[in-house]
Design a protein around this ligand. Structure first.
Ligand code: ZN
Ligand code: ZN
Length: 556
């Protein structure tokens, strides 16, 4: 009897225990369901620094101020090993890839320019003959994202918010602005070298907003060029760079030596693009970005807005002076001040914990090839014209005289497939002959055919990068990679980019702000991971062609 009594008491006790535990679980579930999604920021700011190598963060670190790059590095998350995992590494594809989470294989921006085999014409990545320029009468306004195949972060934000989110892009380069903002953007603004105005096209609206017209009336570019470009610090402090006058640096039209001070008022008339070629172009960009914030009230609505900013002048300075010049270092020290200024404005206008920001680059850059070979490092300059001329002769000997080659550059050979079909020539056969021919020349590392890439056999190393950059509709018949350090470059000064080597693919990737933990990651990540990561933080769908993975270290 006693035993039974004890047992029934025990049952009651356990029943109570289960009920209490059950209600605790239910309570927890209730709390968790509230916090299951990220609290969205008011604004996402995506910054692309055109041609920024990762090592600029390290090389110039001691010379940066506390509130620019250092604030992002110490207060945010730094991926030390973020790479572009496709070729070619150019501006158009770089910007598109960051904001679509995919490579040229999916988003279709296979380069800055490519040969369109359907219209049999060369095509620029953002050109659009159907739109009209706004803010200029020049062709630099006939641009839109029409050639972009897949959606961007901004497009997905628009869809998720029932089109209440605002999405705007700005850069001096059209492609840096248009391809970051995406197809559904409210606006993209870029710089017109002919009028020195910030412009747009009728793709977005029928006339420029009044505030943009007012900004253009201020002639900001002219006043930024009214003083000489001198070094920010005393010139002897630039110990991370080569001396001021080296044979590896290019010259502004009208200058005799590549040395400070650069007399911008005197140079202004000889180059309509001067504002892009000097760090003051980045100042113009920041000023315009701040105007966008204020006039479009970004981060002030109930939905998350997106501001995409691409700093263009870093690329022009890199091309002109190379990656070791004082001009290059000075441009980054000045950009650091721009970043600090932008962050301050975001703090004041949107609020310190109301925005999430990322910073990366559209590609990095090589050493000047002459500098490399002078220092016993790998590097050379290749001229493609004689190679293509002898290839034409070789094809004529085999298949009979005809124009088999429609278009070429240092990385591509486009064949006339209509002619090849008409002449009953096997396409794979002629592609393979071209590849075997060009591989024999010094400076060429690989030559891969479109037929091979379509069979999908290339899954590792440089071949994987070529595969990721290959788009069946738009890519060429033979894809060429030069040897490490080599450039197809018309001058011996400055530098370029475009390859799949680390010096072109390794870029910064910093996350900062709302929902971003402080830390660093050394694992290799892809720039195609940026869009899925940001979309996860915003609780929205990934862009349509996205192949990247959300970066779990920043999703804590
Ligand atoms: Zn670029
Ligand atoms: Zn470039």
């Amino acid at each position: 009897m006693n035993v039974i009594k004890f047992n029934s008491l025990k049952s009651v006790f356990f029943l109570l225990l289960i009920l209490t535990a059950g209600s605790t679980i239910a309570q927890n579930a209730k709390t968790e369901s509230k916090e299951i999604f990220y609290k969205k920021p008011k604004l996402v700011v995506g910054i692309v620094v055109d041609q920024m190598r990762y090592d600029y963060l390290v090389r110039f670190y001691d010379k940066y101020g506390e509130n620019g790059f250092k604030r992002l590095l110490t207060g945010g998350f730094n991926y030390t090993n973020a790479v572009f995992d496709y070729v070619p590494t150019y501006t158009g594809c770089g910007h598109a890839s960051i904001f679509t989470g995919s490579g040229p294989a999916n988003h279709g921006i296979v380069s800055n320019d490519w040969y369109d085999r359907y219209s049999r014409k060369a095509l620029y990545c953002v050109s659009d003959s159907t739109v009209k320029p706004l803010g200029t009468t020049s062709v630099s306004g006939k641009m839109s994202p029409r050639n972009l195949f897949t959606s961007t972060i901004g497009d997905e934000l628009k869809l998720a918010s029932n089109f209440r989110s605002k999405v705007i892009g700005v850069a001096l380069k059209d492609r840096g602005s248009i391809l970051t903002a995406g197809s559904g953007a409210d606006a993209a603004y870029w710089h017109d070298p002919y009028s020195n105005n910030m412009i747009s096209s009728t793709y977005y609206f029928n006339e420029l907003p009044k505030w943009v017209e007012n900004f253009n009336k201020r002639k900001v570019a002219d006043s930024l060029l009214s003083k000489s470009w001198t070094t920010l610090l005393p010139i002897e402090k630039y110990t991370e760079s080569t001396p001021d006058n080296t044979p590896y640096e290019g010259l502004f039209d009208g200058e005799k030596t590549p040395t400070f001070p650069h007399n911008l008022p005197a140079l202004k008339d000889s180059s309509s693009e001067l504002i892009r070629q000097v760090p003051m172009g980045n100042t113009l960009t920041t000023m315009f970005a701040k105007e966008i914030l204020k006039n479009e009230k970004l981060g002030k609505g109930n939905e998350t807005d997106l501001l995409a900013i691409s700093y263009t002048s870093t690329d022009y300075v890199g091309h002109m002076f190379g990656i070791n010049a004082i001009e290059l270092q000075d441009t980054y020290l000045r950009l650091d001040i721009e970043i600090a200024d932008l962050l301050k404005s975001l703090d004041e206008y949107v609020g310190k914990d109301n925005y999430t920001l990322f910073l990366s680059a559209d590609h990095a850059a090589a050493n000047n090839p002459v500098f490399s070979s002078d220092n016993n490092l790998k590097g050379g300059i290749i001229s493609m014209k004689p190679i293509i001329d002898s290839l034409k002769g070789y094809l004529n000997n085999i298949y009979g005289t005809a124009d088999y080659i429609m278009n070429t550059n240092s990385q591509n050979i486009y064949l006339d497939r209509v002619l090849i079909e008409k002449k009953n020539i096997n396409l794979r056969d002629i592609q393979e002959r071209c590849a075997r021919f060009v591989i024999g020349f010094e400076g060429v590392a690989t030559a891969v055919t479109a037929s091979d890439l379509l069979s999908g056999t290339h899954r590792s190393g440089m071949y994987e990068l070529i595969q990721n950059g290959f788009n069946q509709k738009r890519s060429s018949d033979v894809i060429i990679q030069l040897q490490s350090g080599w450039l197809s470059w018309s001058t011996k000064t400055g530098t370029s980019h475009g390859s799949g080597y680390r010096y072109d693919t390794h870029v910064p990737l910093l996350f900062y702000g709302k929902n971003i933990p402080q830390g660093k990651g050394h694992n290799q990540v892809s720039i195609m991971d940026i869009a899925p990561t940001i979309c996860t933080l915003l609780n929205i769908e990934f862009p349509s062609g996205s192949v990247g993975k959300p970066l779990v270290e920043v999703l804590k």
